[in-house]
Design a protein around this ligand. Structure first.
Ligand code: CTP
Length: 432
């Protein structure tokens, strides 16, 4: 069992974080810290104006390296060229209106703009400014110029600004900046590799279905949708056209998806079945990461079910209501036994097996039985429990083929597991 390959997380990369003069400069350390926590090396380059809002010692401490901002700070190191050459990604957070203008004009009057002018790495700018400055035609034209040249300019958030006013212009949340930055890194990482997913269509389900009992109650489960969203993201980063069927996934988790991922919200297992089967009529691969309720209430009460026990009569309390369940379709098994694409090519079917293990067998033996039962091309078996599998916790999976043979193992964050699974999917699609 242990001689199957352990799929590895992403390699550490070299990231320059530029910081421009904006009150939002105080958020730059969150971006720097998250990039370092993701395993990457960070060099921070503030502008002179940025250093009026946040001190160089704070930036140096959080970066784990000294910071410089002028081209004459260390002339012997020829930093105005060296930093750009060193970078595998440049992220500017926050990018002020002035910084956008200087980059659009091709200026190189400080270390940050010189770095952006010399680098061949992808550049991402996260703007922060007052609404009037963002909406001014000068800024909008600068943004259009930068985007046309291939730089990524995030759209700022709307909300409370520095003064009492609010509107568009807030720095995007550091989480979103880091997600987009990591996606850029990953897409440049897979460039030139033969197992990309360009031109492929991938369907992913995520979250947990809810089966209504009455207008206010449902049968549900604890799936957050994080693993499914991570898979959707990893597939999109590799160039696939991705549609995500999202069953009750929190908006904060969906916000981490690249804008190119189409999201279709679903509620029940029956709805999910219809949506997934429809999407699979032209899908190259489908990943069923959603936790689907195996049963649903046979009838859904149109009115809220009342607590009859309160209405005791002489015969004593009325017993609690009994909810009769009927079986839901097994969506995954149906995709294998009755493929929506028919004879028109084959959709690679990937499932998950969430197991706790019990007196009948351990996690893996239940997974092997499930692989035979469902017939999916790949089945990622993971242990679930109070501190495992669900929510914002690391994950570890053993991937089995349709005969229950171990194909690979992957562990780490949900993003690491997602990348490893998407690697396997890309490899399978290429070899078929
Ligand atoms: N699944 C599905 N339709 C269902 C139940 C599950 O498509 N009605 C899919 C899940 O999305 C997952 C895989 O089947 O990819 C396994 O789900 P899991 O909950 O582990 O297994 P179950 O089939 O529900 O079996 P059991 O509850 O007995 O473990």
């Amino acid at each position: 069992m242990s001689d199957t390959p352990e799929l590895t997380p992403a390699e550490p990369r070299r990231v320059v974080v530029g910081v421009a003069g904006s009150i939002a400069a105080y958020k730059a350390p969150f971006v720097i810290r998250a990039l370092r926590e993701a395993g990457h090396e960070v060099k921070t380059v503030p502008t002179e104006a940025a250093l009026r809002f946040i001190g160089a010692p704070a930036l140096a401490a959080v970066s784990g390296a000294p910071v410089s901002s002028g081209v004459f700070d260390d002339p012997a190191a020829v930093e105005h060229v060296a930093v750009g050459e060193w970078a595998e990604l440049v992220v500017v957070a926050p990018a002020s209106a002035d910084l956008l203008a200087r980059v659009a004009a091709g200026r190189a009057d400080d270390l940050l703009t010189a770095t952006i002018l010399t680098t061949t790495a992808p550049v991402m700018l996260a703007p922060a400014m007052h609404t009037q400055m963002w909406l001014n035609p000068a800024t909008q034209e600068n943004v259009a110029t930068l985007r046309r040249r291939g730089l990524t300019v995030l759209t700022p958030d709307s909300g409370r600004l520095t003064g009492k006013d609010s509107g568009v212009g807030r720095l995007p949340e550091p989480d979103r900046i880091v997600t987009e930055a990591l996606a850029l890194l990953e897409s440049s990482d897979v460039e030139g590799r033969s197992n990309g997913l360009e031109g492929r269509r991938v369907v992913v389900s995520a979250g947990g279905t809810r089966e209504p009992i009455d207008p206010v109650r449902f049968l549900g489960n604890r799936s957050s949708g994080r693993q499914g969203c991570a898979i959707a993201r990893a597939a999109a980063v590799r160039g696939a056209r991705v549609t995500l069927a999202a069953a009750h996934v929190d908006a904060s988790i969906l916000a981490r998806l690249p804008a190119s991922v189409e999201v279709i919200p679903v509620n029940t297992a029956l709805e999910l079945n219809d949506v997934v089967r429809h999407l699979c009529t032209d899908a190259d691969a489908v990943v069923m990461a959603a936790a689907v309720a195996d049963y649903r209430p046979a009838t859904v009460s149109a009115a809220k079910i009342k607590k009859h026990g309160l209405e005791d009569d002489e015969t004593g309390p009325v017993p609690p209501p009994v909810i009769t369940l009927v079986e839901n379709p097994d969506i995954l098994a149906g995709l294998v036994s009755d493929p929506p694409r028919g004879e028109d090519g084959r959709t690679l079917v990937v499932g998950f097996a969430a197991e706790t293990g019990d007196e009948d067998g351990d996690v893996l033996s239940h997974g092997v039985a499930k692989a035979w039962r469902k017939g999916a091309d790949l089945l990622a078996v993971n242990a679930v429990g109070p501190a495992l599998g669900f929510g914002d916790v690391p994950n570890a999976v053993v991937v089995l083929d349709a005969q229950g043979r171990e194909v690979a193992r992957a562990s780490g964050s949900k993003d690491d597991v997602a990348r490893a699974l998407v690697d396997l999917i890309a490899e399978r699609l290429e070899n078929n």
